[in-house]
Design a protein. Sequence first.
Length: 168
Amino acid sequence: MGTRRRARPAAALSLAAALTACGGGAGGGSRAEPVPYWEQGAGFAGVARELGVAVPAAATDRKGARQAGLQDDVLLLAFVLPDRDVNGFVAALVPQDPLVHRERALADPAGFHPATPFGHLGLPEPETLDGVLAGPVCAPCAGELDELEVVVAPLGGGRSRVYLRGVD
């Protein structure tokens, strides 16, 4: 019985040393985040700035997030615009080609699990929506942004949700 008591502290010390070596220690040292991860504090305004997007003042239900990855980060931005403002916003993005009207969804919502989901923002995935306009608006983009894609999904009532996904 005395042997067991001595083994427990040794096992606890071994476990503590292993956790500290893996970055899980409580000493306040630097801890590597698992990749990919959602950056805390990367909200709408910061993501819009990084994407270089001038969001119209009429935009509502503004949401943004940044997911850090091994090589590239993905920036998500979504907001609702009155339909009368959508064409001007898209034109300001200067797409190389006209956006494509997609009548049917690309994926079934039940089985679709993108690596950088708009679901993180509490939104349906644009790939699962019918009747959207979609396409790249820069490839390659200026600055550190490698690509930017836009999807415009009609919501009814004279409003549309704009989805932007950028990679830097």
